[in-house]
Design a protein around this ligand. Structure first.
Ligand code: F6P
Length: 468
């Protein structure tokens, strides 16, 4: 089937659907319930919207398909393109560079060539799908060249770009051999959104230094080849979650019963410490484990009074830094389990698996202390999910100040995860926090997360773009 032209086209690396092909060639399609697609569902189905993205497996394509009013348009990628554009340039060059060089970025010219070529494929699909004068909204660091490519193919359309991860300071960004091309790629957009004001500021500094263009407040003045000047706006739009849905899930009797069951399966300890992250070196999992191990070794926390649960969802496991991280984390988990657990009373439960949303909600409800210790994170939606799940007003959130969420969630116990002693003290404070203090802090946190949900984020971005 051919998709009809759409007034609004969203472009992201991954398509928000689950597609699978059986051995007999039969293809089955299902919606994948991410926050972004939930937020955009009403506006996309109203505007006969389309979503352009990679289906997630090599050399796989299908005809555009309409699910719940949204066209899904696949961009097929070969195994080599996945290795060079996705695992290589996106996740072994840009990802570490944009996350403060926690791991050394690798600069390979062939990865950059693949990034440019694959960005071209996404841009062509989007340009062919959008109606006259329509809007294209490009998502994230994998697709930074797409805005200018679309503007060239379709000067009639409005282009927005949102960067879900941090934008690095000029001193780091300057390392990138293709820094000018990336900035000019982004500047094809009419509106460029970032998680934090700091990211938008970093971007404008990079633009001034690398391209020599002038900025005025939030605006960048881009000189066009015809001598005209185009005004590009850059600003912060902190993303959120579908807070009402997360809150409602946590109120379900089955989820609440499961939370009680989890506590009892863990031996009804005084304190359950909980971490859930993609297994990524930006998340500070090793720092968190180090703090917990030292607290146990020093006798300041004791099993079975305390237990840690760490869920680490598998991620990017063909990238070598992720393989090294897994080895490191699993060695530490093994040492903690071996040194401090006993039969029937483990010190730590480690799950290298994805959990379904109900189980996640029950885990959030069961956890006394939520540990978010990212070394750098664009936003960190786990912190917001924990808060929205605590319908009982209980629980304590330990939150890294290097997350976008820390700008909003000021009533959390804010920590610098590099400061292991500070982190240990914050964990002890969270464990000892009175129910009264938990409620006071959680009430303020919940107000913020329930007011600013992912739909208000999307309307605010699209509203600003429409007004440009
Ligand atoms: O936050 C950045 C991001 O790329 C998201 O867009 C995505 O949901 C997540 O990280 C997981 O990344 P990947 O698509 O590489 O598995």
């Amino acid at each position: 089937m051919t998709a009809t032209l759409s007034d609004l086209v969203v472009v992201s690396n991954r398509l928000p659907i689950d597609v699978s092909r059986a051995a007999d060639g039969q293809i089955t399609y299902g919606r994948s319930p991410g926050g972004l697609v939930t937020a955009l569902q009403p506006v996309l189905s109203e505007r006969s919207g389309a979503w352009v993205g990679w289906p997630g497996t090599p050399d796989f394509s299908f005809d555009p398909i309409r699910l719940d009013g949204i066209w899904s348009i696949p961009v097929a990628l070969s195994a080599t393109e996945i290795a060079e554009y996705y695992e290589g340039f996106s996740n072994a060059t840009l990802w570490p560079l944009y996350h403060d060089v926690i791991t050394q970025p690798e600069y390979h010219r062939e990865w950059h060539e693949a990034y440019r070529a694959v960005n071209g494929k996404f841009a062509e699909k989007a340009a062919a799908a959008v109606s006259e004068g329509g809007t294209v909204w490009v998502q994230d660091y994998q697709l930074q060249l797409v805005p200018s490519m679309i503007k060239q193919l379709r000067p009639d359309v409005k282009v927005g770009f949102f960067n879900h991860i941090p934008f690095p300071p000029e001193a780091l960004f300057a390392q990138l051999p293709w820094r000018r091309e990336i900035l000019m790629g982004l500047l094809g957009a009419d509106l460029i959104g970032f998680q934090r004001a700091q990211d938008a500021g970093n971007f404008r500094s990079c633009v001034r230094r690398v391209t020599g263009l002038t900025t005025r407040g939030h605006h960048i003045l881009v000189r066009e080849s015809d001598g005209g000047v185009r005004d590009v706006m850059s600003s912060a739009f902190p993303i959120s979650i579908d807070s009402t849905a997360v809150d409602a899930r946590a109120r379900q009797p089955l989820v609440q019963a499961r939370a009680r069951e989890i506590r009892s399966e863990l031996g009804n300890p005084d304190a359950i410490l909980f971490g859930v992250d993609r297994l990524d070196y930006t998340k500070g999992i090793a720092h968190r484990l180090k703090a917990y191990e030292e607290l146990l070794r020093g006798g300041r926390l004791k099993v079975p009074g305390v237990v840690m649960v760490q869920v680490a969802s598998p991620s990017r496991d063909n990238v070598s830094a992720y393989q090294a991280l897994r080895d490191d984390v699993e060695t530490t988990v093994g040492r903690i389990a071996g040194d401090f657990g006993s039969l029937g009373s483990p010190a730590i439960h480690y799950l290298h698996q994805n959990q379904d949303p109900d189980e996640m909600a029950a885990l959030y409800l069961a956890a006394d202390v939520m540990l978010v210790t990212a070394l750098r994170d664009g936003m960190n939606l786990v912190a917001k999910e924990y808060v929205a799940s605590r319908v009982d007003g209980r629980g304590a959130l330990v939150l890294s100040e290097f997350t976008g969420a820390a700008d909003e969630l000021r009533q959390a116990l804010l920590v610098n995860p590099h400061d292991i002693d500070g982190l240990k003290n914050a964990i002890l404070r969270a464990v000892a926090m009175s129910p009264r203090e938990q409620r006071r802090r959680m009430q303020a946190l919940r107000r913020r997360v329930l007011e600013n949900d992912v739909s208000s984020w999307a309307s605010s971005f699209l509203g600003t773009l429409a007004a440009r």
